[in-house]
Design a protein around this ligand. Structure first.
Ligand code: UTP
Length: 475
């Protein structure tokens, strides 16, 4: 039970920071609610909040880029000369060896709110596969199990949640028996949150005893890995590299030996996969070199002139789009934490439900405030070295972001079927196609059947003949 003195000094402090309204409903709260609210207020970094209010909430949107920059360079999906052929072979061998030794772990960021998809519950529980309706979590779990079997290695999986979905995520894994994985190798940890602000700089109240807060962005994983004990767990198990991806991409190639190997051969600390952008204004970050460092510049920050700029062969000058697939060294995460580095915060103007000064609930129809978050790609320029591997989008990137249209589940399912069709065709299997070229059948390849084209080729004899209109599940 907070004593009078505590409350008095806190009220004074809040008044100095123009946040005294956080105690407006104090007389109406019961002792438990008071203790809870007090703990939330004590956790606030009010000095930092003042800075955020000045620069991000009330301040002008982030300043335009001051530095000179140029397009970043990447490794191509396939080697283009003998030197690279040798290097790719060496990288694959090295990557396979590191995975076999258990030095590589999976890291999924799954703490987001998934507002655009509008799905009830953690996004990882969204059913997405074309025939079996497997959830994103299940697809990843089956992939990890298949990788683990292929390399006869423990492949630990670290999953970042947020207070919004942590318990639900844990419950899903328990109910689904960890999708067949050993629970000891699945580490679910929570990211931090940051307070939400009204445009006037006041911290919003979600309820009379609750400060409105939201997850601190996927960049929050750097700090959360250390704070949650995940990093210590990795160290204990000898994990040196993290295969990082976002929960919404079921096509992702986890534990990619080529990617891991190139990253390690080149002595990088954070590396990235990229796609060739499908147009000058595609809404993905752009890989650039700023002062010699690989840096992601958001699409909204790239001028039209640079976005449209072409190379002599007609391709875009800034053509490498960021898809949030990385290899990150655990030593680098540790270094960022010991240096007390936190990644820069960005503002997102949002509709934030809250209570007003009378205690009435407000569900805003228009954006009414600012949420703050950090982005994982801001860690890239902090690395001494970073490489980029450009990959074929249709093979590895189909995020489920929206309920309809672009990046919707329907598009993702179509891409999953198309990828299965091309894997089968490259193994010599006849896949019926419609006049428009799309597969005239529904296909789903379980990770236990194949992790890549080569696996399909090796199991070609197990594939039944496929007729128009068939539904074929390979497991
Ligand atoms: P998105 O930027 O797509 O955000 O996150 P979101 O919250 O999932 O969806 P919207 O924008 O509300 O519709 C990309 C990835 O980063 C994770 C998400 O779970 C997703 O895997 N993420 C995002 C976090 O883990 N924490 C966050 O605070 C934000």
């Amino acid at each position: 039970m907070p004593d009078r003195q505590d409350v008095h000094s806190l009220r004074k402090l809040l008044t100095e920071h123009r946040q005294e309204h956080l105690l407006a409903f104090w007389p109406q709260l019961n002792p438990d609610q008071r203790a809870d609210l007090l703990a939330q207020i004590q956790e606030l970094d009010l000095a930092a909040a003042n800075e955020w209010i000045a620069t991000l909430v009330k301040g002008q949107p982030e300043a335009p880029l001051q530095h000179d920059f140029e397009p970043a360079k990447s490794y191509s999906p396939l080697p283009v000369n003998d030197d690279l052929r040798r290097k790719y072979r060496e990288a694959i061998n090295l990557g396979e060896s590191l995975i076999s030794q258990g030095k590589v772990a999976a890291l999924t960021v799954a703490g987001g709110q998934g507002t655009r998809l509008g799905f009830d519950g953690p996004k990882g529980n969204f059913p997405v596969s074309p025939i079996k309706n497997k959830t994103l979590f299940r697809i990843f779990a089956e992939t990890i199990a298949a990788v683990s079997e292929r390399y006869r290695a423990v492949c630990p999986w670290y999953i970042m949640t947020s207070p919004l979905n942590h318990q639900q995520t844990v419950d899903i894994f328990k109910t689904d028996n960890y999708c067949g994985l050993n629970p000891r190798n699945v580490f679910i940890f929570q990211q931090g949150t940051l307070p939400n602000f009204g445009f006037d700089g006041r911290i919003l109240l979600a309820d009379k005893d609750q400060i409105a807060r939201s997850p601190d962005g996927h960049g929050g994983c750097i700090r959360a890995l250390a704070r949650s004990g995940a990093l210590a767990d990795m160290k204990k198990h000898g994990v040196e590299y993290l295969s990082y991806w976002q929960v919404d991409n079921p096509l992702v190639r986890l534990f990619d030996p080529l990617f891991v190997g190139l990253h390690v051969l080149d002595g990088a600390q954070v590396s990235s996969k990229a796609v060739i952008k499908n147009g000058p204004k595609e809404k993905v970050g752009n890989f650039c070199l700023v002062d010699g460092k690989v840096t992601v510049i958001e699409y909204s920050d790239l001028s039209d002139e640079l976005a449209e700029k072409r190379q002599p062969d007609g391709s875009l000058a800034f053509q490498l789009g960021s898809i949030a697939i990385h290899i990150i060294n655990t030593g680098f995460v540790e270094r960022l934490n010991t240096k007390g580095h936190s990644l820069p915060l960005h503002r997102a103007v949002k509709k934030i439900p809250h209570i007003d000064s009378e205690g009435n609930r407000v569900e805003p129809k228009q954006p009414n405030g600012v949420k703050l978050e950090s982005f994982i790609f801001d860690a890239i320029p902090l690395a001494d070295r970073s490489i980029i591997l450009d990959i074929d989008r249709s093979e590895q990137f189909a995020p489920v972001k929206n309920a309809m249209g672009e990046d919707s589940a329907e598009v993702t399912r179509r891409m999953m079927i198309e990828r299965a069709a091309t894997w089968l065709e490259s193994a010599g299997v006849k896949v019926p196609r419609k006049a428009d070229g799309s597969p005239d059948c529904v296909l789903e390849i379980a990770p236990s059947f194949a992790l890549d084209r080569a696996d399909v080729a090796a199991k070609k004899d197990k594939v039944p003949p496929i007729k128009p209109g068939d539904t074929v599940y390979l497991a």
